[in-house]
Design a protein around this ligand. Structure first.
Ligand SMILES: [Zn+2]
Length: 345
């Protein structure tokens, strides 16, 4: 969305218009792999690594059917419980009986590539003048710590790793103290937010294995499913500005945040989500710090509404409002400070 592009750079909105137009004009037709009904466009990227630097090159754009597209994105298939389907299709189109080793190897390569933090993007598949404009957009976004992934525009803080380490570290200390987590949660956030007891206890149960492992090993790599996020819905006209202000106000303390990039189904809604991540839903010090910053920005924009904190594992398990007995969040806050009554409820 051109409006969102302005977050990245002043004239990025023009580049986005051109790219969008190009994408829209692409022919669909038949799947280039199996000849089936070509419904999706797939980007064919190649990665070159030299020491700590990487080049990411778009060498082609091809038409795929839904099945072949899923077969290509095995990681996505895994997260969405479609691994079986994706593996079968990949084996079928390659005329082999098993692709397990192949896919495992691909995951390993992906893991190695994810350690590279200095990428340059080349778009060889496009022709000028589109290529130059789109390359500039991508590389500017990346240099400014922005990342386009799925339907989201991410901002990754420059101290991402350090914040994560400290936050998980505090969580390990808390676990080792053997204190009652619910009691600690309520007393730590009482001035600022309310803890939903039922939801909090469910969350703790869900991540019990992780907590045990973390306590025993004291290894931050064991910190799976600890992440969570503050969420707020804001009006479209101030959406990019609001996002930018949170980045500015949090400053060195930014971990990771994201907004809808304008291509999702929700973009026709009047209000859109700003999502601010924290590395640990049990690190109350950082959770409150982030909450304070969001509230400060809300005040600047005259926004008076509740903030909700949702653990990522709730998202992963498909807990959304209206589809579960549980509320989809474990902490909430409002501008008019409410009393922490939930503990007694
Ligand atoms: Zn196909």
């Amino acid at each position: 969305d051109p409006l969102i592009a302005k977050v990245i750079c002043e004239d990025c909105d023009k580049a986005v218009e051109i790219v969008k137009d190009f994408w829209f004009k692409q022919e669909r037709g038949k799947c280039s792999v199996c000849g089936g009904d070509g419904s999706d466009l797939d980007e064919d990227w190649r990665y070159y690594v030299d020491g700590q630097k990487g080049i990411s090159e778009l060498v082609g754009i091809r038409v795929l059917c839904k099945k072949c597209h899923l077969a290509k994105h095995q990681g996505y298939a895994k997260v969405n419980g479609k691994s079986k389907e994706a593996l079968e299709q990949l084996a079928k189109i390659n005329g082999v009986s098993s692709v397990k080793d192949l896919v495992e190897n691909a995951f390993l390569i992906h893991f190695e590539l994810s350690k590279i933090f200095d990428w340059t993007f080349k778009l060889s598949a496009l022709s000028e003048p589109l290529r130059g404009k789109a390359e500039k957009l991508l590389n500017t976004a990346y240099k400014n710590n922005f990342l386009l992934k799925g339907n989201w525009l991410y901002y990754i803080g420059k101290n991402h790793g350090k914040i994560e380490e400290e936050s998980i570290g505090r969580t390990i200390q808390l676990l080792k103290s053997n204190k009652d987590l619910l009691y600690i949660a309520i007393s730590s956030v009482s001035e600022k937010a309310t803890v939903l007891i039922n939801e909090f206890n469910t969350f703790i149960k869900m991540i019990n294995d992780t907590l045990e492992k973390l306590k025993r090993s004291e290894n931050i790599l064991m910190a799976e499913y600890l992440t969570g996020k503050w969420m707020i819905f804001v009006k479209k006209d101030i959406y990019p500005k609001f996002f930018k202000r949170i980045i500015e106000v949090l400053g060195d303390e930014v971990y990771e945040l994201k907004i809808d990039d304008g291509s999702s189904q929700f973009h026709s809604n009047k209000e859109l989500p700003v999502i601010v991540y924290v590395p640990s839903a049990l690190d109350f010090e950082y959770i409150i710090k982030v909450e304070d910053s969001i509230k400060k920005v809300m005040k600047e924009f005259n926004i008076n509404k509740d903030l909700f904190f949702k653990p990522d594992i709730f998202t992963e398990k498909g807990i959304y409002s209206g589809n579960s007995e549980l509320k989809p969040y474990i902490y909430f806050t409002s501008v008019q400070r409410r009393k922490a009554t939930a503990y007694r409820a």
